[in-house]
Design a protein around this ligand. Structure first.
Ligand SMILES: Cc1ncc(C[n+]2csc(CCOP(=O)(O)OP(=O)(O)O)c2C)c(N)n1
Ligand SMILES: [Mg+2]
Length: 182
């Protein structure tokens, strides 16, 4: 008789449902990695997530713990309020690059400067995915998007914002790390 070897299990922190993400998109990978860590740490009952606007707007359908929905870019402001009112809960935001590094740049910079006790997941796919792949603040020089079809021209469209590096200069930010997902 063959022994059964489990090579894949859905983390408890993820709902059992079909994904709406496009093939090749790494939001699903990020969801899974975050859910695995929450399971490992045994903090699912204490979690409150704040979903942003973007392709991951439906994050609350995937994570199996309390979640709220923020207006575009405002997740760190909502997370600030929730954490201050419910200090025993662990509060995370999940934001795209259009959300966090464009319309919501003020919120994240000031939340980090204030040293709010929240965790922010910043998913940088270097474009506005949900609205059709337009240029984002993080789009790389020369990168083609639907609104920069000839590639981002830094002379007229400026240079990419290096969000993690920028936030790491703020004393209130206790831990900033940048990783790549494949
Ligand atoms: C106030 C407001 N302005 C603009 C929009 C349109 N909008 C929806 S998603 C989005 C950008 C999302 O890009 P990003 O945060 O990078 O997420 P992705 O879809 O790439 O994961 C924009 C501009 C909106 N929903 N609300
Ligand atoms: Mg994006």
């Amino acid at each position: 008789m063959l022994d059964e070897v489990v090579v894949y299990e859905r983390p408890q922190s993820l709902e059992e449902c079909a994904t709406h993400y496009c093939p090749g998109c790494t939001h699903g990978v990020a969801h899974r990695l975050i859910a695995e860590v929450i399971d490992e740490m045994g903090i699912r009952d204490r979690m409150i997530g704040v979903a942003s606007v973007g392709c991951s707007v439906f994050a609350y359908n995937y994570f199996d713990f309390d979640f709220v929905q923020a207006p575009h870019g405002r997740a760190p402001a909502m997370a600030t309020g929730i954490k201050r009112v419910l200090p025993d809960r662990i509060v995370m935001t999940y934001q795209g690059d259009g959300d966090m590094a464009s319309i919501g740049m003020g919120e994240i910079v000031h939340a980090a400067a204030r040293g709010e006790n929240i965790t922010v997941f910043f998913l940088n796919n270097a474009n506005y995915g949900m609205t059709g792949g337009q240029m984002a603040p993080t789009t790389l020089p020369g990168q083609q998007t639907t609104s920069s079809p000839k590639g981002r021209d830094v002379e007229t469209q400026g240079y990419p914002v290096r969000a993690s590096e920028l936030l790491s200069t703020l004393e209130g930010a206790s831990y900033v790390v940048r990783r790549s997902l494949h």
